[in-house]
Ligand binder design. Structure first.
Ligand SMILES: *Cc1c(COP(=O)(O)O)cnc(C)c1O
Length: 375
């Protein structure tokens, strides 16, 4: 059996380091925020090539609080992509603002800058690009539009720790970079976690208040805040894992190169844009007859996933926005055809070969069936 991702193999590879860091965090009893979180904030901001990090309790909170710190609220509009995890749009809606969608580039599946400008109105406050599957959006195009229209840029980096665009790390382009440390992300906690990175000291201070009940000083609640703090134990775990992240990323990239070498030409493999260092949070191919393809793989013990089967504008939670099928054809077509193959740093050579040979089998069975059906 080959899973889509494998938390156990990663944990066992660094078990002693994690356990000793957790032990120290338990001993120091700083269970909420505390020294490990402060150290992680500094280390992770430096890793992202920016100044400040603010640790929070999830990637969703990172997006929500960054939008608030960017001044987004009721009556505003935020331009984003329908091709993302649902949290991207939920965070916009938590602020009372309205998400406005622009379709994606058909190769990268990240927001297409050429489709953004026609969506800008006098209510538009921000652009929220998503670095989908581990690959940066087209930041030159997005930053130029934002500058022209004086819009905030809030990057959803939840899938893209360490990804670069023209050699610069994601999270360092916009006003805010928002990360998730959900366990299966490229940098994952032993529980929930997230972080906002920013170069703006005032914004970082506002974010620190927003995550901690709007207080700078204990029991002085200056602004509406939240309980969105990162836990000390997660800070300790993430500091250990951050030290391994580059090595893990290189392993992901090497696995992706192998998949692409073996499968390009017989399957629609992911495009790595020439400006980008893709960190392959997910390795996503596209295929018609996805259900049959996935069934052949799962019958052989190769697990696959779909990220995501329904574009956000067609999700029940957002039907009130008034979008319909046909509004974003590239995202809709992608949602119907994307399949994620097993991708995690600890994949072995044997596992990689098994995935490739099973994919080839599935495609052969399909073409045999097509010949049989006279197609
Ligand atoms: C995981 C994810 C989030 C949300 O992060 P959580 O830590 O689960 O709240 C937001 N956006 C994208 C693109 C994600 O993949």
């Amino acid at each position: 059996m080959i899973p889509l991702f494998d938390l156990a193999s990663q944990y066992h590879s660094i078990r002693e380091e994690i356990r000793s860091a957790v032990d120290q965090a338990l001993d120091n009893t700083q269970y909420i925020l505390g020294p490990d979180v402060v150290a992680l904030e500094n280390e992770f901001a430096a890793y992202c090539e920016t100044r400040y990090g603010v640790g929070v309790n999830s990637g969703t909170s990172a997006l929500h609080l960054a939008l608030l710190a960017g001044g987004v609220g009721a009556g505003d509009e935020v331009i984003t992509t329908p091709m993302s995890f649902t949290a991207t749009v939920a965070a916009i809606r938590y602020t009372g603002a309205t998400p406005v969608f622009a379709d994606v580039n058909s190769e990268s599946l990240t927001i297409d800058p050429a489709l953004i400008e026609s969506k800008i109105t006098e209510r538009t406050k921000a652009i929220l690009p998503v670095h989908l599957y581990g690959q940066s959006a087209d930041m030159d195009g997005i930053m130029a539009i934002a500058a022209r229209h004086r819009l905030k840029v809030i990057e959803d980096c939840a899938q893209a720790h360490g990804a670069t665009y023209r050699g610069k790390r994601v999270g360092s382009f916009g006003d805010f970079g928002c990360f998730s440390f959900y366990p299966s992300k490229n940098l994952g906690a032993c529980g929930e976690g997230g972080m906002i990175v920013t170069a703006d000291e005032d914004a970082a201070n506002t974010l620190r208040m927003l995550r901690d009940w709007g207080q700078r000083e204990k029991n002085r609640h200056e602004i509406q805040g939240f309980n969105a703090r990162l836990e000390g134990i997660q800070g300790a775990v993430l500091r250990v894992k951050l030290r391994h992240l580059e090595r893990w990323t290189e392993a992901r990239r090497s696995h992706a190169r192998y998949y692409t070498r073996e499968l390009a030409g017989i399957l629609d493999t992911p495009a790595e844009m020439s400006t980008n260092r893709h960190v392959y949070h997910l390795y996503v191919v596209r295929t018609p007859d996805r259900d049959a393809f996935q069934k052949v793989l799962s019958d052989s013990g190769v697990h696959t996933g779909v990220h995501y089967p329904v574009p956000i504008h067609l999700q029940g939670a957002h039907l009130d926005l008034g979008y319909k099928r046909g509004d974003f054809p590239i995202s809709e077509r992608a949602a119907d055809t994307v399949v994620s193959l097993p991708m995690f740093p600890e994949l072995t050579e044997d596992q990689l070969q098994t995935v490739v040979s099973t994919v080839k089998q599935a495609l052969q069975q399909r073409s045999a069936a097509e010949v049989g059906a006279g197609r």
